[in-house]
Design a protein around this ligand. Sequence first.
Ligand SMILES: [Zn+2]
Length: 124
Amino acid sequence: MAKSIVTKTSFTAEFFDKIKEILLKNKTKFEKELKNQEGDGPFPDYGDSEEDNAREIADYEANLSIENDLLRSLRDVNSALKRIEKGDYGICRYCKKAIEERRLLARPTSSACVACKKTIIQEA
Ligand SMILES: [Zn+2]
């Protein structure tokens, strides 16, 4: 029998195992990609012409935004893992109802249900 996780939702232990597996896989992937980003150095150096300089800045900014995206993704993954431990995982942080399993499987870091997400996007 699979070990049960204390939770406020009705998700099965198998479901949590699956989600955790996806999250941990993503965590490893993001951490590896972040390390690769850092390995590239903070600022590229292609040459001294104006064109080179423009390309350096463009690539630098692209790298920065990739790095920021990775950091944000990593933070989302970690907070989802924490929510699993606390038993809060899969609960919408706005309406406190359970998030659809299908949505969580497609996007395991979700912390809001589809209805609330739609409301937020409309309000923003
Ligand atoms: Zn909601």
